[in-house]
Write a protein that binds this ligand. Structure first.
Ligand SMILES: Cc1cc2nc3c(=O)[nH]c(=O)nc-3n(C[C@H](O)[C@H](O)[C@H](O)COP(=O)(O)OP(=O)(O)OC[C@H]3O[C@@H](n4cnc5c(N)ncnc54)[C@H](O)[C@@H]3O)c2cc1C
Length: 347
């Protein structure tokens, strides 16, 4: 029971029908999962390619509109599965990436949607009022509308130690993993804006930062470079190449090679932040959808691509700031856009 003020400012007393916690818990646990595995072929009003925050959110919205939808993805969670802790997704003070991905999955699974998990789209062909997607495992599905939500992957350095120490000193996200290295000696690999943004984040965490840049000049905006230099705790190794990331249980150093003098040196660091760019997973869309020079799918503010009925959402698009909340929001927008499209086209 609670006192509330009504519109006229008079205090009313209302009774809430609050269920005992155990009752709510047992209802949630017994609620059947409505999502089902997709057959090997079929026709859908909407197909979502990708199971990250954008794709799963799009799936929830489309399923809630009772649109006959298929989601195809190797996984449910996307990059979130690779994130240790997430502290900037509303509703959770802190949550592990795995748990958040599971929340997305559970939310999706309660709706009637067909899922093709463990497979990936390798080709898209357009036809009148839709098209066909082909998957790596040889399935074909036709669609009236499509959401491309395939995200990005980090560009890899390709040096010994990179894969071996991934998650044990090697990371691709300073925003997420920086706090784990508070006050420590770290290396940032790269010289662009994301590298210098990472360096500045790490400096503000009290880290001593070594920036290793392949090119003779740092390419980042001057304002970022100046800001980093004002900290004093940063050293730039331009025209240097990483030869190896070394350590035992976790990273304890990097071997760098001076491209001018040919000299090699070991720098003692416990964290290596690789910031040499993201690659959008848009290869299958080349020649079909408009891509920008970074190979991101170009969308308008309704997530529409240059092809009517094909929408794109999340990190794979030209929408700036690659974050979970943004990808999820864009996924919702794309799904609502599809709903409008199908209604208007009477498809
Ligand atoms: C290590 C790390 C830590 C991060 N930490 C944070 C954080 O703390 N907070 C934050 O807000 N953001 C963080 N991010 C960024 C955030 O994870 C992304 O912005 C977000 O996941 C983007 O969602 P998305 O759905 O657009 O793409 P993704 O998450 O990349 O999902 C893309 C999906 O598409 C699938 N896919 C790819 N190709 C195909 C294909 N051909 N066919 C079918 N499916 C395909 C993938 O398997 C995946 O399921 C982090 C990123 C990384 C890498």
């Amino acid at each position: 029971m609670k006192d509330v003020k009504n519109m006229a400012g008079v205090t009313d007393t209302v009774e809430f029908d609050i269920k005992p916690e155990e009752e709510i818990k047992s209802e949630t646990e017994t609620k059947p999962k409505a999502a089902i595995d997709a057959p090997d072929s079929g026709s859908y009003d909407a197909i979502i390619i990708g199971g990250g925050p954008a794709g799963t959110t799009g799936g929830v919205y489309l399923a809630r509109k009772m649109i006959n939808t298929l989601l195809i993805s190797p996984d449910l969670g996307g990059q979130v599965l690779r994130t240790s802790e997430v502290e900037n997704y509303p509703g959770f003070k802190t949550i592990s990436g795995w748990e958040l991905a599971n929340e997305f999955k559970e939310n999706l699974m309660q709706y009637r949607i067909h899922l093709r998990i463990g497979d990936r789209v390798v080709a898209v062909e357009l036809s009148e009022n839709g098209g066909i997607v082909q998957t790596e495992m040889g399935s074909e599905y036709s669609f009236k509308s499509l959401v491309v939500a395939t995200g990005t992957r980090s560009r890899l350095l390709g040096v010994p130690g990179e894969k071996e120490f991934y998650g044990r000193g090697v990371t691709y996200c300073a925003t997420c993993d920086g706090p784990l290295y508070k006050g420590e000696k770290v290396a940032v690999i790269g010289g662009g804006n994301s590298a210098l943004t990472a360096a500045n984040d790490l400096l503000s965490l009290g880290c001593t930062v070594q920036v290793i840049n392949f090119l003779p000049e740092v390419q980042a905006d001057a304002v970022l470079v100046e800001k980093s230099k004002s900290h004093g705790n940063i050293t730039f190794h331009t025209n240097h190449q990483i030869e190896e990331i070394v350590g035992d249980m976790s990273v304890n150093g990097i071997i760098i090679h001076d491209r001018e003098s040919g000299e090699t040196a070991k720098l003692d660091v416990s964290g290596v932040f690789i910031e040499i760019g993201l690659i959008p997973n848009s290869t299958f869309a080349e020649g079909i959808l408009e891509l920008n020079d970074r190979k991101e799918i170009v969308v308008d503010c309704f997530c529409r691509t240059n092809i009517p009925g094909i929408f794109a959402a999340g990190d794979v698009t030209n929408v700036p700031n690659k974050q979970i909340i943004i990808a999820a929001g864009e996924g919702a927008k794309a799904a609502l856009g599809i709903n409008d499209y199908l209604l208007k086209k009477k498809l």
